[in-house]
Design a protein around this ligand. Structure first.
Ligand SMILES: Nc1ncnc2c1ncn2[C@@H]1O[C@H](COP(=O)(O)OP(=O)(O)OP(=O)(O)O)[C@@H](O)[C@H]1O
Length: 251
């Protein structure tokens, strides 16, 4: 287990017009850590992820990966090697066979012609097959993606991540559209795969129970601010009650 700093957030703030969405956040995430980010609706979890992927600009603070700002990795066209995203809606093209959705994880390394050609003659089939085998649905490789269940579609998204091999996985509410049994199945697989590849895993979750069960550290946000940042086993019921309390009691 390495202990180098993978992601460093310093005094990060984001406003939408005059509304504060994130306020002066700072934390360090080490390589290989498994972090759950929790907090009530509107706490700023998705905004934070959008800042990490570079899809939203921020005005104040910094986000460094391996000691360099996001911009540096973007300029070097290496951001997709650093960060991969999995979302609750899976981000798959429903009308395409599963293999194409898995191979989308290779597009960052392929040129334009290879990418287009692959839509007719899928390239690197063995890589897609191996990834699907690791998530247990290799028999679905040529099935139309829309015919798969929600749990199977999330496995396709996991196989795409395996093919992409990012160093950091951002999972944004990856199980919120799945039933409890399928959610546990996907979280077991996601954490196991991240462990095997020594990837850093950062997941937003609404379920505190899953956060405590599958993750080693929990970062809680409330009203855009850091509410607590603790090892999962140190999070108390009282802290969770305060985190999700609708209104602070007036003195
Ligand atoms: N594009 C936007 N324009 C204006 N305000 C926004 C925008 N995106 C987010 N916000 C505001 O920023 C705050 C944080 O929203 P965010 O979606 O990050 O919260 P969240 O913790 O992910 O919530 P949820 O758990 O409901 O997904 C909210 O008050 C939201 O209204």
């Amino acid at each position: 287990m390495t202990t180098s700093n993978k992601l460093e957030v310093k005094n990060l703030s984001k406003n939408f017009e005059r509304k504060i969405s994130l306020s002066s956040l700072s934390f360090i995430i080490k390589q290989g850590e498994k972090i759950a980010i929790i907090g009530p609706s509107g706490a700023g979890k998705t905004t934070l992820f959008n800042l990490f992927t570079g899809s939203l600009p921020f005005e104040e603070g910094s986000v460094d990966i391996d000691g360099h700002p996001l911009e540096y990795w973007k300029r070097k066209k290496q951001l997709a090697n650093k960060i991969g995203v999995i979302r609750q809606q899976f981000d798959l093209v429903d009308s395409l066979p599963v293999i194409h959705n898995v191979l989308a994880g290779r597009l960052k390394d392929w040129g334009f012609f290879k990418s287009v050609w692959s839509l007719i003659y899928p390239q690197e089939k063995q890589i897609a097959f191996n990834a699907l085998k690791r998530v247990g649905i290799e028999d679905k490789i040529f099935a139309r993606t829309s015919t798969l269940s929600g749990g199977e579609q999330q496995r396709v998204a996991l196989a795409r991540l395996l093919v992409q091999k990012p160093e950091i996985i951002l999972a944004d509410e990856p199980v919120s559209s799945l039933d409890p049994a399928r959610s546990e199945d996907i979280l077991t697989m996601l954490t196991k795969l991240a462990d095997e590849e020594n990837q850093t895993l950062i997941t937003t979750l609404h379920s505190v129970e899953f956060a405590k069960k599958y993750f080693t550290r929990i970062i809680a946000l409330k009203n855009g601010k850091l509410f607590f940042d603790l090892p999962a086993e140190k999070v108390t019921t009282e802290e969770l009650t305060n985190l999700y309390r609708l209104k602070e009691l007036s003195p």
